[in-house]
Design a protein around this ligand. Structure first.
Ligand code: SAH
Length: 367
């Protein structure tokens, strides 16, 4: 039975994309290939090419007969993401891609290369229905949920570009994935959990990434946090808190009127207990809105003693909004108040800012 209020999060189904190999688990892939009149083991062979070698060119799949390659790629490898724009900054170490989906919806992903890792920030929905007033994505509302393949193919596209040496810094691999692009991942729960399996299952099932390198970020859909804790997938949970008190959080993260700060944090602590993973608390510092010393102290008191890390994000101002990032001295005082309470805290860097590819700036504008 859905909980009261849950229907609010059911995204429209219009524009459902065609089924893709990446949507299917290994058993379903085999069945699909058998349905095409081919031996089931061809599914594993093609999957090894797709996820293991990242090859999207059937002519390279020399272990598969030419005719079977064509049949499988025509039926199970439709083009889901068409690149319409690619913009880079930070000397090529940050690349934002704008993708058009089969129905014309636009989504964005961001690749960020650091000396010791490469992080892909992916979208889980076209638009977002959570309506947080400081977030560019939220302003346009929700278009639709992405399919599992539409999510995972963003990562595969980045992985391919890296493997081919197309990203500044030479050939490399994607080590981290963060669900911090467009959309609320836990409002598209089934597709996101299947995507987590595709990312972490070893080839031929999927990309074989470590769950430890994956972060799912949420506004705090409490029942879904509790479900995710029980999936046996030890990914990192990030909770976008942004305020320690309900009065302010009700306005910054409107879903707070449904699940309060206390309930969200209780679910987060349960997540940490069941997965043994440190929970990340996201807090965008907004000048004179949520950056007061007393709020830092209250936040520190709520978090002290838990398996938690606070990520402070200097607000990326969105067009038309009066809000801006905190003053440096207020940011420092905020950090200090948390540290004084023994709470681990870092200030997030703002990669991709000048290409509207930084936190909360993804709005899929094509101008
Ligand atoms: N819906 C999910 C994931 C998408 S946003 C969530 O809310 O967690 C990823 C992070 O960027 C969230 O913590 C979000 O609150 C933050 N964010 C959104 N807009 C921002 C902005 N303008 N400046 C800084 N951070 C922002």
């Amino acid at each position: 039975m859905p909980e009261p209020g849950e229907l609010v999060f059911d995204a429209p189904r219009k524009g459902k994309p065609p089924v893709h190999l990446t949507d299917l688990d290994p058993g379903a892939r085999k069945a699909a290939v058998v349905d095409l009149g081919l031996p089931g083991f061809r599914a594993d062979q093609v999957s090894r090419q797709w996820f293991g070698r990242l090859s999207d060119d059937p002519s390279e799949w020399t272990d598969v007969p030419a005719e079977a390659r064509t049949v499988i790629s025509d039926a199970l490898l439709p083009t889901l993401l068409t690149p319409i724009r690619e913009i880079s900054c930070d000397d090529g170490a940050t690349v934002k891609s704008v993708w058009r989906l089969h129905d014309g919806a636009l989504v964005e992903s961001v690749l960020m290369r650091y000396p010791e890792r490469v992080t892909m920030c992916v979208s889980s929905q076209a638009g977002c229905g959570m309506n947080c007033p400081f977030c560019a994505t939220g302003q346009a509302g929700l278009t639709r949920n992405l399919s599992t393949a539409e999510i995972v193919e963003q990562v595969i596209a980045g992985a391919r570009a890296l493997q081919r040496g197309e990203i500044e810094g030479g050939p490399g691999r994607v080590s981290n994935v963060v669900f911090m692009g467009m959309g609320e991942p836990l409002a598209n729960y089934r597709a996101v959990v299947a995507a987590l399996h595709r990312l972490t299952d070893p080839a031929p099932g999927g990309l074989g990434m470590s769950a430890r390198g994956i972060t799912v970020s949420t506004v705090g859909l409490v029942p879904r946090i509790r479900d995710l804790a029980r999936e046996g997938l030890p990914v990192t949970l990030a909770v976008s808190l942004h305020a320690p008190d309900d009065q302010l959080r009700d306005t910054l993260v409107p879903v707070n009127t449904r699940w309060k700060v206390g309930e969200v944090l209780d679910a987060a602590w349960e997540y940490a207990e069941l997965t043994h993973r440190r929970v990340s608390i996201e807090y965008a510092l907004i000048k004179d809105i949520n950056d007061q010393r007393w709020r830092a102290e209250l936040l520190g008191d709520l978090l002290a003693g838990h398996l938690v890390h606070v990520n402070l994000i200097p607000l990326n101002p969105t067009p038309g909004s009066a809000w801006t990032a905190s003053r440096p001295q207020d940011e420092r005082a905020f950090v200090r108040a948390l540290e004084e309470r023994g709470v681990q805290v870092t200030v997030r860097d703002t990669r991709g800012r000048e290409i509207d590819g930084a936190c909360g700036q993804l709005a899929a504008t094509t101008s």
